[in-house]
Design a protein around this ligand. Structure first.
Ligand code: GDP
Ligand code: MG
Length: 194
């Protein structure tokens, strides 16, 4: 039996990745604004920790949730949404990139794409970037409930192929109806287990 995730506690919210303390192990959620990162993070913990926004583009900091002794779930700012001041927008790229490049304890980056929309140009750029830095990443199609069951297989195949992957490489999940969540949660627990 794998251990359960401890109750998540919002540990800190930081805009400068250089100021994050070290930890034993962490996994991060990345994706466009509104892709469902915060919702999925909450579902993985079965708890409301991360703020789910009604207004896209709200999470402008790196939000760290502690889910075990020195173990983190990290909610990253959404990319590709032009809201906020010029300075805030300019800071998003370096903030995310700075975080991703500076964490030796980062075990996995869950890269979210919207199951119905498929990977956008920005999503594909992010994937290319993750590949170019040889970072551990795992594609996750969120909001799968919004794709008709009869279309799901084709959508999944198309989305995976656009990212140069096989359909089974792409996790297909919904925080709304719970599909794929158990597998994802087990994956997170395994990654964070010493
Ligand atoms: N239908 C559906 N909507 C979802 C799902 N996950 C998130 N959403 C909605 O998508 C919107 C953005 O979610 P949020 O978690 O804030 O996205 P974030 O910006 O990536 O953190 C919210 O209105 C959520 O309620 C899902 O699995 N299914
Ligand atoms: Mg969010």
């Amino acid at each position: 039996m794998l251990p359960r995730l401890e109750t998540g506690v919002c540990l800190l919210s930081e805009t400068d990745p250089g100021r994050l303390p070290p930890c034993a192990a962490e996994v991060a959620f990345i994706g466009r604004s509104n892709a469902g990162k915060s919702t999925l993070l909450n579902s993985v913990c079965r708890r409301d920790m991360a703020r789910v926004s009604k207004t896209p583009g709200r999470t402008r900091a790196i939000n760290v949730f502690r889910v075990g002794q020195d173990r983190w779930l990290v909610d990253l700012p959404g990319y590709g949404f032009a809201v906020g001041s010029e300075a805030e927008r300019a800071g998003w790229g370096p903030m995310i990139e700075g975080y991703l490049k500076s964490r030796p304890s980062l075990r996995m980056i869950f890269a979210l794409i919207d199951a119905k929309i498929g990977p956008t140009r920005l999503d594909l750029q992010m994937v290319e970037w993750l590949r170019s830095y040889n970072l551990p990443w795992r594609p996750v199609a969120s909001k799968a409930d919004q794709v008709k069951k009869s279309h799901a297989q084709a959508r999944r195949r198309e989305a995976a192929h656009a990212m140069g992957l096989q359909p089974e490489d792409l996790a297909w999940v919904s925080a709304q109806d719970g599909s794929g969540l158990r597998e994802l949660r087990n994956e997170v627990i395994a990654l964070l287990t010493p």
